[in-house]
Write a protein that binds this ligand. Structure first.
Ligand code: SF4
Length: 315
C-alpha cells in the first residue's frame, strides 16, 4: 500500500470539543484509523460561525422546503450551510471517503429528525443532515458512513474496501490505459464479489474498442465502479467468487484438501466463521501452486489486514 486514503471526518468525533454543548465524542474506530489515513477535519456548524457552545440547530420544513433552523436565535442558517458546503466540498476532490457524525442535522447521513413544521411539538420524519446531503450530491461514489454504523463489522469491511479501492483508483487518475487495465485486472475478484454485471461493463470500458481518450474512459469507469460498490457485497456473491478462485487449483487438491476447503466455505455460509478463513486457505494454495495472476488480486487484502479487529463483531 503506497499511500494513505483521505477521509473527511466530523471534527467532533474525537478531535475537537465543537458540539453545540462544547462536548466531544470519542470514537474507537475513528481513533484507530488515525495512523492509516489522512484526516481532513471539518465542523460545518462552527465553520459557518455558529460558535461553541451554541444554541442547537434543527431541520424543519418551512413552506414545503427543508431548512436548517436555530430556534434559540430564531434564525435560518440554510444559505450559510449550503454556501459553505459548496465551497469546501469543491476543494476536496481528492477525498476517498467521509466519516460523519450520526443524527446531526448537519452531518447525519440518515435517521436525522426532520420536523414537519415550526410548531412546538410538531411531528418529525427521518431525513439527512444538510451538509451530508451536499456530500452525497458532490461525491456519489465515495465511501460515506457515520460513526455509529461503522460499529457493524460487515459495514466496516465494506467501508474500508471501498475506501481503499477509491484511493487506488484516484492514484491512476492521471495515468494511462495500461494503469486502468492493471487496476481492473487486480480488482477483478473484489468486483465479482460486489456485482458481476458491473464487472462485465467495466471490462468492456477497459477493452476500449472505440479508442476513447483516457480521461473519458476513467470517468466512465468511475461511474460503474461507484455503482458496483454502492452496497456491501452479497454473501452469495462472495461465496461464488471464492468457488471461482478455487477452480484455479482444484485439480491439484486431494479429496481431503477439497473437503476441508468446502467445509470452511460452508462454515462461512452458515455465518459460523469470518470470510478471512476460506480466503486464507485459498491464498495458501495460490502461493503453493504459484498462481501469479491470482496472487496479484486485491481480494486477499483489500485494505491493511490489521485495520480490522476480528474479535470485535461490532454488536
Ligand atoms: S456533528 Fe458536524 S456540525 Fe455537529 S459538532 Fe460534529 S462536526 Fe460539527
Amino acid at each position: 500500500m503506497s499511500n494513505k486514503p483521505v477521509i473527511v471526518v466530523s471534527n467532533c468525533l474525537g478531535f475537537c470539543n465543537c458540539r453545540y454543548d462544547g462536548q466531544v465524542i470519542n470514537d474507537k474506530f475513528v481513533k484507530a484509523l488515525e495512523s492509516y489515513v489522512d484526516y481532513i477535519k471539518v465542523c460545518p456548524e462552527v465553520d459557518i460561525g455558529l460558535g461553541i457552545p451554541r444554541d442547537s440547530v434543527k431541520l424543519v420544513k418551512v413552506d414545503g422546503k427543508a431548512e436548517l433552523y436555530q430556534p434559540g436565535q430564531d434564525r435560518y442558517v440554510t444559505k450559510e450551510m449550503d454556501e459553505y458546503s459548496e465551497k469546501i466540498l469543491s476543494s476536496l476532490d481528492h477525498a476517498d471517503g467521509f466519516i460523519l457524525k450520526g443524527r446531526s442535522p448537519s452531518c447525519g447521513i440518515k435517521d436525522v429528525k426532520y420536523y414537519q413544521s415550526m410548531v412546538k411539538g410538531a411531528s418529525s420524519e427521518k431525513g439527512i443532515g444538510r451538509f451530508a446531503e451536499k456530500v452525497f450530491e458532490k461525491f456519489p461514489f465515495s465511501a460515506i458512513e457515520e460513526e455509529g454504523r461503522l460499529t457493524n463489522l460487515a459495514l466496516r469491511e465494506h467501508f474500508l474496501t471501498k475506501l481503499y479501492t477509491n484511493m487506488r483508483f484516484r492514484e491512476i487518475k492521471d495515468g494511462k490505459l495500461k494503469d486502468l487495465v492493471d487496476f481492473h485486472t487486480r480488482h477483478k475478484y473484489i468486483l465479482m464479489s460486489y456485482n458481476q454485471k458491473e464487472l462485465k461493463s467495466m471490462g468492456k470500458i477497459v477493452a476500449n474498442h472505440q479508442n476513447k481518450k483516457y480521461e473519458d474512459l476513467y470517468g466512465e469507469y468511475k461511474e460503474h465502479l461507484g455503482s458496483a460498490m454502492e452496497q456491501a457485497p452479497k454473501f452469495t456473491n462472495q461465496l461464488n467468487t471464492l468457488m471461482h478462485i478455487m477452480g484455479y487449483f482444484s485439480d491439484y487438491l486431494s479429496k481431503d484438501e477439497k473437503e476441508y476447503l468446502l467445509k470452511s466455505l460452508d462454515k462461512y455460509r452458515k455465518r459460523r466463521s469470518h470470510l478471512s478463513v476460506p480466503v486464507g486457505i485459498l491464498r495458501g494454495y495460490a502461493i503453493k501452486y504459484k498462481q501469479e495472476y491470482i496472487l496479484g488480486q486485491y481480494i486477499w487484502e483489500p485494505f491493511p489486514e490489521d485495520m480490522l479487529d476480528i474479535s470485535d463483531t461490532g454488536k
